[in-house]
Design a protein around this ligand. Structure first.
Ligand code: ATP
Ligand code: MG
Length: 299
């Protein structure tokens, strides 16, 4: 429950007692005042490095925003289907999924399922059928923009989400390119570990390629530091380096390493549903608040 309280205090300048009071207030008033974006925000959660917290961040930020009354859609674009699992959404082979959406068989709205964790939270699941899509897409017309084509054109009018999070697989293949073409924002989770920055320049180069050739509106709007372990010096070094490089793009909130966060998907839940009072849940609530309050594109 109180893991990394010292670390959190060090980061935020708060004392543990202030922390506890704030926690109680936020739990008592989960819905107070999160601004609705003036227009829909579509974020691609990408990092080709595996296991850095892409899925965890996508589903928990989504759940946090939904908890504040905003409507959120998570598109699971990873054949592993981890986001679908965490949101408690059926993703057995055969259910309407993002695969059928990409090949044009099903509309996005028809593939979206409501999460059992919130009436405001929807998920388009990924089934194992998506595993072949990287290859199948190669020969398809408009292969980089299949998801973009499925997103507007009234397809989302029924759901009308305020936020859309697209959870990418750990690669820079066609699925991730589709996500970057369909979104305006990229959210990059960075794990506070030694190799965290490796591969980041490759990711940024790919984003630049997409900007130059496929989607000039794309921007890295948000960087989120994840799995921060206050017991290691290294975590602070990585944090400082990332902040030096990326400045205000990095959220002030840092997600601590927390057992509760890693246990939650095993119960088909986000950490906000699994243990809403835990530090992991609170830090995702804080990160979501920061994102919502910052807005995007001057809005
Ligand atoms: P992949 O590249 O395979 O899609 P990913 O980038 O989506 O991985 P996650 O699946 O979100 O990464 O996280 C990787 C592992 O680390 C998971 O087992 C997850 O439960 C765990 N994890 C994520 N965030 C935390 C955290 N803050 N504290 C502890 N464990 C975490
Ligand atoms: Mg993942």
């Amino acid at each position: 429950m109180h893991e990394n309280v010292e670390a959190a205090a060090a980061v935020s300048g708060w004392t543990p007692i202030a922390e506890e009071a704030a926690r109680a207030t936020r739990l008592l008033h989960p819905k107070h005042d999160l601004p609705k974006p003036t227009r829909r925000r579509v974020l691609t959660v990408a990092n080709q490095k595996g296991g850095v917290g892409k899925t965890t961040s996508a589903v928990n930020l989504a759940a946090a925003l939904a908890m504040h009354g905003l409507k959120v859609l998570v598109i699971d674009l990873d054949p592993q289907g981890n986001a679908s699992t965490a949101l408690g959404v059926d993703h057995r082979s055969g259910v309407p999924s993002i695969y059928e959406v990409l090949i044009g068989e099903v509309s996005l709205t028809d593939a979206a399922a409501v999460s059992d964790q919130s009436g405001n939270l929807y998920c388009v699941p990924a089934t194992i059928d998506l595993a072949g899509a990287e290859i199948e897409l190669v020969s398809m017309e408009g292969r980089e923009s299949r998801l973009k084509e499925a997103l507007p054109t009234g397809a989302l009018d029924q759901l009308n989400p305020d936020y859309v999070f697209i959870d990418c697989p750990p690669s820079l293949g066609l699925l991730t390119v589709n996500a970057m073409v369909a979104a305006e924002e990229v959210l990059i989770p960075i794990q506070c570990e030694y190799y965290a920055l490796e591969g980041l320049s490759q990711l940024l180069r790919n984003i630049e390629l997409v900007q130059n050739h496929l989607n000039p509106n794309l921007q890295v709007s948000t960087i989120l530091l994840t799995m921060y372990d206050g017991r290691t010096k290294l975590a602070d070094q990585v944090t400082a380096e990332v902040r030096k490089h990326f400045g205000d793009t990095v959220l002030r909130t840092v997600i601590p390493r927390s057992v509760k966060v890693s246990e939650a998907p095993g119960f088909g839940q986000t950490v906000l549903a699994y243990d809403p009072g835990s530090r992991g849940a609170m830090s995702y609530l804080d990160a979501a608040r920061e994102m919502a309050e910052r807005g995007f594109g001057g809005e």
